[in-house]
Design a protein around this ligand. Structure first.
Ligand code: SF4
Length: 367
């Protein structure tokens, strides 16, 4: 490979990465399903030096959605007179084996429940407006990039027949908790560009300083991701730790002031459950009391308690809990490509298009 290829080309960045005098193996954790898709699609793991390992972290909002919330959604759409509006990647998300009735929203739909797919919060609003006599619930699982526009719509006023079943998460405190553990399992971080465009990078800056871990905000192209990988490796070589912004001009340290204002006017930040991981403080968005009227939990019965009597968080034998944290590769799971496939997912990481097992099994090619 030519060492003279410019740094804004794939060949140039790869050459620059290969030329780095790495002090040892480096494991880099990414936190975004969209970035993991680019990494998998480009076969990036095969072209990087052997000492550089790319790990996939908790970047799929569907995979980390607690089983109790999924159960609640399935029960609501079956037992109440409601339409459930949900993103495509939630449809096949499975409950554990030990439940009576449908294990997924897709199965519930096949049994006659009114489950409809939406690709953005505005679509949920338009559908609710079109059928004002029908009670609708938008099951919203996502990070700040989903929640900021949702907050804007709540502030403008949702249709009276629309409420929100919310599973909104922020990842920073979870990563901080992992970094505080004895063996985090990674030495550098790739940060999600679009989310950082909303939140800014202050929390990540503090983390890089406190834990002496290199980080870089990454874009969504192969070259952009490689540039971010080069940035963290360069820091590692120089024994430095900071946030390099490789997604300019989209990301500014202070974030998007208008989006943040909307987010924090509409949502509180509370302790949140992450499927397979457990509860982590300051990671869940909850509708503020002033917006209780659009909270599906205040309008409909809560069925979550039924599940806790009999079921666990992951299906038996599913290793998603370890896969979600980058501690295990999908292929290490005995179910991978045996009893767990993209067309018949057994665990949550195979059920969503952003899930690590889905992406590693080539699901993006089948999509
Ligand atoms: S292959 Fe299937 S069962 Fe195994 S960790 Fe992935 S999603 Fe879970």
């Amino acid at each position: 490979m030519s060492p003279f290829a410019p740094m804004n080309t794939l060949r140039g960045v790869l050459a620059a990465i290969e030329a780095l005098p790495l002090p040892g193996p480096v494991r880099i954790l990414n936190l975004c399903g969209d970035q993991e898709r680019v990494i998998s699609l480009a076969g990036m793991r095969k072209v990087l030096p052997r000492r550089v390992k790319l790990l996939s972290g908790p970047g799929c909002a569907a995979s980390i959605c607690p089983e109790a919330d999924l159960y609640q959604a399935i029960q609501l759409v079956q037992r109440e007179a409601v339409t459930l509006l949900v993103s495509d990647n939630m449809l096949q998300l499975p409950l554990g084996r030990h439940v009576f009735g449908p294990r997924t929203l897709l199965e519930a739909r096949q049994k006659g429940a009114d489950v409809r797919v939406v690709s953005a919060p505005i679509e949920a609003v338009l559908i609710a407006r079109a059928e004002p006599r029908r009670e609708m619930v938008f099951f919203a699982a996502g990070f700040e990039t989903l929640l900021a526009p949702l907050a804007g719509m709540v502030l403008e006023g949702l249709p009276e027949n629309l409420s929100v079943l919310l599973c909104g998460r922020r990842v920073e405190p979870l990563i901080e908790k992992i970094l505080s553990s004895e063996d985090p399992g990674f030495e550098a971080l790739l940060l999600p560009g679009n989310r950082c465009a909303v939140t800014g990078t202050a929390a990540w800056e503090a983390m890089t300083q406190n834990f002496r871990i290199p980080a870089a905000v990454a874009a969504y192209t192969s070259t952009g991701l490689l540039a971010a990988i080069h940035a963290v490796l360069q820091q590692r070589c120089a024994d430095e730790a900071r946030v390099d912004n490789c997604y300019q001009p989209m990301v500014r340290p202070e974030g998007d002031a208008m989006a943040l204002d909307r987010l924090y006017r509409v949502f509180d930040i509370v302790e949140g459950a992450w499927r397979g991981v457990g509860r982590v403080e300051q990671t869940a968005f909850r509708l503020r009391f002033a917006y209780n009227v659009v909270n599906a939990d205040s309008r409909h019965p809560d069925y979550r308690g039924e599940l806790q009597k009999s079921a666990g968080e992951m299906p038996d034998g599913c290793e998603c809990a370890a896969v979600l944290l980058g501690k295990q590769e999908p292929a290490d799971c005995r179910q991978f490509s045996v009893s767990c496939h993209i067309d018949s997912p057994y665990g949550p990481c195979m059920a969503s298009e952003d899930g690590t097992c889905y992406l590693r099994s080539g699901g993006y090619r089948a999509a």
